[in-house]
Design a binder for this molecule. Structure first.
Ligand SMILES: [Fe+2]
Ligand SMILES: [Fe+2]
Length: 265
């Protein structure tokens, strides 16, 4: 069954809840996938992992609040939900341990939380960004870390291994312009520092899911890429991650010509 079909089934269900979240204000709206050229392979298991992580660590309210902000709904909340789903879907195939999957789910749900407090006129600007505006955007991983430490509702989730690393490091594997730091460069220059290879791989998987969803989904300021080869080219040019991660993400690429262009949908 395709992801889309499964969700049509969900819509028809009597219970208005998914992952324990009421449908009326559901931040984890499965219809978000209709805007993405993405097909999960372990959908039921992914739902279970995301659902229990969301419930156990109180993420639901955080996402609901962000979801009420129309601007953040698609480009941050739904993107984070899809990115978490994809990362966990791949993580299952890689047979990651359950605690790693939990950290991955929470980390991806919260990876762009730093955008919550950013000026909307910069965040969703349609034209070219000035250097100053770009540096504001590129501070979002740092703002995210601050949010994890300062928002009482996030402290519990922030204590889970992998969450802080993903929030801070998900743009740290860009080949041309890693930010806020070049994670691999720093990591090897410190002889590994405090981070294990497994932790680095977990952030790399998050980075892969993040970029894949950004390419494969429509955003408020751009259409989705409808061509798998183009998505592959962009990912290989952009990401300093194990090649198999890119392969596994692309294996979930499913072109939906009628849906990828929001204007045409
Ligand atoms: Fe980000
Ligand atoms: Fe992101």
């Amino acid at each position: 069954m395709s992801t889309g079909e499964a969700w049509q089934g969900w819509e028809a269900k009597e219970s208005p809840e998914l992952f324990g979240v009421k449908k009326s204000s559901d931040p984890l709206d499965p219809r978000a996938f209709e805007r993405a050229n993405m097909e999960l392979r372990n959908e039921e298991k992914v739902k279970e992992i995301l659902g229990s992580a969301t419930e156990e660590y109180g993420i639901q309210r955080i996402l609901e609040r962000m979801n009420e902000d129309g601007d953040l709904k698609e480009d941050v909340v739904e993107h984070s939900f899809r990115g978490a789903s994809l990362a966990v879907d791949i993580g299952l195939e890689l047979r990651l341990k359950s605690e790693e999957l939990e950290g991955l789910a929470l980390g991806m749900m919260l990876h762009d939380i730093g955008k919550r407090d950013m000026p909307k006129e910069i965040l969703f600007k349609k034209g070219k960004l000035t250097d100053e505006e770009r540096s504001v955007i590129e501070a979002h991983p740092v703002w995210g870390l601050i949010a994890l430490s300062s928002d009482p509702e996030l402290r519990f989730a922030a204590s889970v291994k992998g969450v802080r690393e993903i929030v801070f490091g998900h743009h740290g594997f860009r080949k041309k312009h890693p930010y806020p730091i070049d994670i691999l460069g720093e990591w090897s220059s410190m002889g590994g520092g405090n981070m294990s290879e497994e932790q680095i791989r977990l952030i790399q998987l998050a980075a892969t899911a993040d970029v894949f969803d950004a390419l494969a989904s429509a955003r408020s300021y751009k259409e989705a890429i409808g061509d798998r080869e183009e998505a592959e080219k962009r990912m290989r040019e952009d990401l300093n991650v194990p090649s198999e991660f890119i392969d596994m993400a692309l294996a979930r690429f499913e072109a939906k010509p009628a849906l990828y262009n929001r204007a045409a949908a």
